[in-house]
Design a protein around this ligand. Structure first.
Ligand SMILES: Cc1cc2c3c(c1C)C(C)(C)C[C@H]1C=C(c4ccccc4)[C@]4(C(=O)NC(=O)N=C4N2C[C@H](O)[C@H](O)[C@H](O)COP(=O)(O)O)N31
Ligand SMILES: [K+]
Ligand SMILES: [Mn+2]
Length: 500
């Protein structure tokens, strides 16, 4: 069979990065104890090529190579989002707006259920029972403050509701605990936690599978807060217009993408917990007192591709050069927030979480002409938006919303911060929400002055009062807006002659 396109096959995705000259094949031996992660972290920060480590110290029997920064910005400044949009089959010059449009393009369409195939590349090698020793795998230590080796940061956590009506795909971190066990974060209101709670009620351990090196477009849907009850694999089918191909796990009834690099399967205990973390997280902090007791994953089988399977990793941290917790979590939450606001009839054009705000803030771009028709005002409009976004799961990790006009590009932080700094009057233009669910991983919540789990959210109005009812009463003083077309054309034509 011919190799599927990059958005449907991880190996084809890696080859596409190589053909884009956006991949560094590293054959020198590299240590999974911090060195691999440090290289990956610097690759994000310098927006270098994605590092593919072919020679990991301690790798054996084809487990494993490591790919870092699969969701980082591309190394070609002309196409900064090329690596991201390759996940969803868009052309190299596609924008973040195109990426969001693509991920929302299956809304309202019926899901296309996956098809089950007999076997696939992920079945080429199988380990059971005594052959399994997670402590012997080169699972990477990602940050010097981490509490363990996080083998799972970019795989798809697959769990099924006990009624079998809903199979959820998400990304949730997990670290090696011992020979056959991992421990991983399972926190509300995430769907893995909702489903886990159902298994607890049923009194049975929760079957799981983690598919690492899964089809890139499936990784995107797994990182997207699709509505409760939506089976991500069916949404991906609708996105692609064709069903995903899944194969059955060895030790439970779950199904995984047939072309995955590595599959870890077993059951999550509903009784046993272990200390999880600390973990260098998406806001750029690793708090040394992070004492979480999280559920234990009991590993019953590991299956993997021949030819040296590849483990993708994410090394979260400061978004000086964004990593997957910014480029995936932020952007895909933005998509669902836009969908929510548009479905509620609000004149919202786009939503985006600026990397410079560590994706804790989201800019909401409003069509001002349509806003006039609502005959509303800042207080009423901002409160309505806050009530919608801050009371839904897709808004969980956003703590500040900036309401900006259509003269502002939400994907351009200089635009966003200009309107916030100059049009949002302190003490009068911000509407606070103290009774909504907070995102506890935000440092001023987990280690701040107030309650940890609620509040700390605000909607900032970055529109002047008259923008709610008429044309803006100013000329923006920049080259684009401050000069007639004829002058701008003349200046552009003569620019090089001026020697500027
Ligand atoms: C792309 C990506 C997403 C996540 C993570 C990571 C990456 C790379 C790592 C690097 C592993 C860091 C932590 C950081 C994590 C985190 C924990 C809580 C909130 C936000 C992030 C967390 C995690 O440990 N636990 C979690 O419940 N959700 C995570 N998400 C978000 C999650 O994949 C999305 O929210 C998605 O929508 C879930 O699906 P569903 O429940 O809606 O079906 N995880
Ligand atoms: K998801
Ligand atoms: Mn879900």
């Amino acid at each position: 069979t011919s190799t599927p396109p990059p958005h449907l096959d991880f190996r084809a995705f890696v080859d596409a990065l190589r053909s884009d000259d956006d991949l560094a094949d590293i054959n020198a031996e590299v240590d999974p104890n911090l060195e691999v992660a440090a290289v990956t972290r610097r690759a994000y920060e310098l927006q270098s090529k994605a590092p593919l480590f072919h020679n990991i110290k301690g790798a054996h029997d084809g487990l494993f190579r490591i790919l870092g920064a699969s969701g980082g910005l591309s190394s070609d400044p002309q196409f900064p989002y090329r690596r991201l949009v390759r996940h969803v089959g868009l052309s190299p010059n596609a924008s973040l707006g195109d990426f969001i449009d693509k991920m929302l393009s299956a809304k309202g369409k019926p899901g296309i259920p996956p098809v089950h195939v007999e076997t696939g590349p992920c079945k080429e090698n199988k380990l059971f029972g005594n052959d399994i020793d997670l402590t012997k795998l080169p699972a990477p230590l990602l940050n010097k403050a981490d509490g363990g080796n996080y083998i799972q940061t970019m795989g798809i956590n697959i769990v099924q509701h006990p009624t079998k009506a809903w199979v959820n795909w998400s990304i949730a971190r997990a670290m090696v605990l011992d020979k056959t066990r991992m421990v991983g974060l399972i926190m509300k209101p995430q769907h893995i936690a909702r489903i886990y709670a159902q298994w607890m009620e049923s009194g049975k351990d929760m079957p799981f599978a983690i598919a690492l090196g899964a089809p890139p477009i499936a990784v995107m849907a797994s990182s997207m807060p699709l509505p409760e009850g939506v089976t991500e694999s069916e949404y991906v089918g609708a996105l692609c217009g064709e069903p995903l191909e899944l194969v059955k796990c060895e030790t439970n009834d779950l199904y995984v993408p047939a072309r995955s690099e590595i599959v870890i399967e077993g059951t999550v205990s509903i009784t046993e917990r272990a200390k999880e973390g600390p973990f260098g997280e998406m806001h750029g902090y690793s708090f040394l007192d992070e004492e979480l007791m999280e559920p234990i994953y009991n590993v019953a089988a590991i299956t993997y591709r021949s030819g040296n399977a590849i483990l993708p990793i994410s090394v979260p941290g400061r978004a000086t050069g964004p990593d997957e917790t910014h480029t995936l979590i932020g952007t895909l939450a933005s998509a669902e927030i836009r969908q929510l606001l548009q479905e509620n009839g609000l004149p919202v054009l786009n939503v985006f979480t600026p990397y410079e705000t560590q994706v804790i803030w989201a800019a909401v771009q409003v069509d001002r002409k349509k806003l006039w028709e609502l005959e509303t005002n800042a207080e009423e409009f901002c409160r309505k938006i806050g009530q919608l976004v801050f009371r839904r799961k897709c808004g969980m990790q956003i703590h500040r919303l900036l309401i900006v006009g259509d003269d502002i590009d939400p994907f351009n932080f200089k635009d966003v911060i200009w309107s916030y700094a100059s049009r949002c009057r302190p003490g009068m233009d911000e509407y606070h929400f103290e009774d909504v669910a907070a995102y506890p991983l935000v440092p001023y919540m987990s280690h701040g002055p107030g309650a940890k789990l609620t509040g700390g959210k605000v909607v900032a109005n970055c529109l002047l009062p008259h923008e709610y009812k008429q044309e803006q009463m100013w000329v923006t003083c920049d080259f684009e807006n401050g000069y007639p077309e004829e002058i701008k054309e003349r200046v552009l034509r003569r620019w090089s002659d001026f020697g500027l």
